[in-house]
Design a protein around this ligand. Structure first.
Ligand SMILES: NC(=O)C1=CN([C@@H]2O[C@H](COP(=O)(O)OP(=O)(O)OC[C@H]3O[C@@H](n4cnc5c(N)ncnc54)[C@H](OP(=O)(O)O)[C@@H]3O)[C@@H](O)[C@H]2O)C=CC1
Ligand SMILES: Cc1cn([C@H]2C[C@H](O)[C@@H](COP(=O)(O)OP(=O)(O)O[C@H]3O[C@@H](C)C(=O)[C@@H](O)[C@H]3O)O2)c(=O)[nH]c1=O
Length: 287
């Protein structure tokens, strides 16, 4: 059980993870949460951060606010820096003794590994988004010990924009689709990540530091798309391609599977395989 009196602020509450946490908090009947979308709280605006945190005085801040447009970040690195780095500076400046649970990404790695990345592995992002996310992590680690950084990957669910929803949308207008098969990682259902965050809050004292969380298993984007179409009953010709055949402004890591051993031990959670979670997510989304 989470202490009912614990005051929890969720930033970026209008995004896919923020909305998922909100919907889960309603199921769990948690009254003492404050959900701030970017209109209610712009984390790049120091004054707003000071006033909001000053008025609410949270004991936990779950930072779901981020600049997540991977391609746009290449031509707008300052925009990405403002949210993903300066935003953290602002939050930590007024957080006081609050625990900061910050969400980060598999894109802090370069993808040259052949084995699942551990929390202690060296970061070396290959794009502007990943670079700002890495800088945000480092800043947070430098400023306060009272943090939990959760690196996750390939988030999807019913809320906001994501690959699953893009594929379902494209299936309505296209008879065939090419999807990259040489970028390998693990899709993560926002419902599972939100639950893991609730588990962290329920434990008395989860050790501070970095944790990796994704669903279990390994997939390419092609595999993921294939499973989406299979499970959703969409009849579309899917063609596996190399990354070079789908040029994008940002380079993506070829391998970004995360090792989840540490978080599974810390919160005693069995993590579902990505295929099982995709089935759950699609059932919920398409009902
Ligand atoms: N999406 C993914 O595949 C993955 C995401 N992550 C990380 O998980 C976290 C959550 O991501 P996700 O929910 O998918 O992202 P979304 O893009 O769905 O949500 C991010 C939210 O942050 C808000 N935001 C942007 N700028 C600001 C700002 N200046 N102040 C306050 N809020 C702001 C956005 O609001 P608005 O739309 O109004 O600008 C949006 O609602 C992020 O840290 C992301 O880096 C990690 C791995 C994979
Ligand atoms: C739409 C589409 C994408 N793709 C490719 C492009 C890309 O390599 C891959 C995924 O595309 P997307 O642009 O949806 O996803 P992308 O923005 O790369 O997703 C990333 O977002 C950030 C925020 C993260 O932190 C990462 O973990 C990861 O989830 O699929 C195709 O091959 N065919 C298609 O039709």
């Amino acid at each position: 059980m989470i202490d009912q009196n614990l005051k929890i602020l969720v930033t970026g509450a209008g995004g896919q993870l923020g909305q998922e946490i909100k919907s889960l908090s309603e199921v769990y009947n948690r009254p003492n949460w404050s959900f701030a979308d970017s209109k209610a709280l712009d984390i790049t605006d120091e004054r707003q951060v000071k006033d909001y945190i000053g008025a609410y005085t949270p004991e936990v801040i779950i930072n779901c606010a981020a600049y997540t447009a991977v391609d746009a970040a290449e031509s707008d690195p300052n925009g990405a820096f403002a949210v993903n780095v300066s935003g953290i500076q602002n939050l930590t400046a007024y957080a006081g003794k609050a625990l900061i649970i910050h969400i980060s990404t598999d894109f802090v790695f370069d993808g040259n590994s052949f084995v699942a990345y551990k929390e202690t592995d060296e970061t070396h992002p290959i794009g502007a988004y990943g670079k700002t996310k890495m800088e945000g992590e480092k800043l947070l680690q430098h400023i306060t010990d009272n943090h939990i950084i959760i690196r996750t990957s390939w988030l999807y669910g019913s809320f906001g924009k994501n690959f699953m929803k893009t594929m379902l949308h494209l299936a309505d207008s296209r008879s065939e689709l090419s999807v990259v098969a040489d970028q390998v990682g693990t899709p993560t259902y926002t419902g599972d990540l939100a639950l893991a965050i609730i588990r962290i809050l329920e434990q008395d004292q989860v050790e501070r530091g970095i944790y990796h969380f994704s669903n279990e298993g390994v997939a390419s984007w092609y595999d993921f798309a294939h499973a989406i179409f299979d499970m959703a009953g969409k009849n579309i010709k899917l063609i596996p391609i190399k990354s070079e055949a789908y040029p994008t402004p940002a380079k993506r890591p070829h391998f970004s599977v995360l090792d989840k051993t540490k978080i599974k031990k810390a919160i005693h959670m069995e993590i579902p395989h990505w295929r099982d979670s995709l089935e759950v997510a699609l059932k919920k989304h398409l009902r």
